[in-house]
Ligand binder design. Sequence first.
Ligand code: GLU
Length: 300
Amino acid sequence: MPTRPPYIGRFAPSPTGRLHAGSVLAAVASYLDARVHRGRWLVRIEDVDEARSAPGAAEAVLALLQQLGMQWDGEVIWQSRRGALYQAAFEQLGQRTYPCGCNRREIVDSRLGTAPDGSAVYPGTCRQGLGPGKSMRSLRVRVPEPGADLVAFAGRFAGPLLHHLAIDAGDFVLKRADGYWAYQLAVVVDDADQGVTDVVRGADLLDSTPRQIYLQRLLGLPTPRYLHVPVLRNAHGEKLSKQTGAAAVTPHDEAQAVAALLDAARGLGLPLGHAASLAAFWDAAIPAWAALLAAHGERL
Ligand code: GLU
């Protein structure tokens, strides 16, 4: 059997505010998975959208991770400083990309509906060139025609997922109208550049995965393994997020830090009762995660 490359995992928060319980859960899952595999765990600040980045939020996220006893390996990477890499990847895509002059309203009005992640499916209006009177707003990548657009992938713990790029996303944006590189491009470039072998993140990003795999293929980059963990919801069934008013996790002492970790562990289905200290929590959580993997038929 071919041996796998040494495990490299990552946590990649967008510093739009402080972490809420849902993002702590994703951080804990990726950290546990890296530790169980005796791998490296990287932290990448996804501040590519500088307009949405809140001042001081990235520093607060890093401080929280340390307070929770989650020490990352190596240097923290900041997407806002990596524009040259995204530009190079974009240029590599060449004729597969094109300028688009459509605004959001025009795309919504085309009534192709919305992709599972809520973005409007692009009808390809500017594929053959910008229409009269239109000027470039964003840059898009072409997806294959319906029929040839199927991306199939199987996440860990999950059955195969089939996704039709043309129907579920359409030609998607790589550089946005506000001038920022799009998440889909930045994440693909960075995961490959950092040698990430295993992405463990919230299931809200499941719908983005086929677009990322498609870009990896176009750019000749390896596809990591994916594990999508549950997203936490509030009493109204909405995903915890800053927009839905989720409370920030701000433990004031070790006992509160342990409590936040125990909440995350329960959200992941780990049968942990109590822990008297951070060290005791991690000593119990790491074997519990290993047991969960074994229960899903994974061998370390
Ligand atoms: N930055 C993204 C977020 O905070 C996560 C990206 C990823 O894990 O691929 O939702």
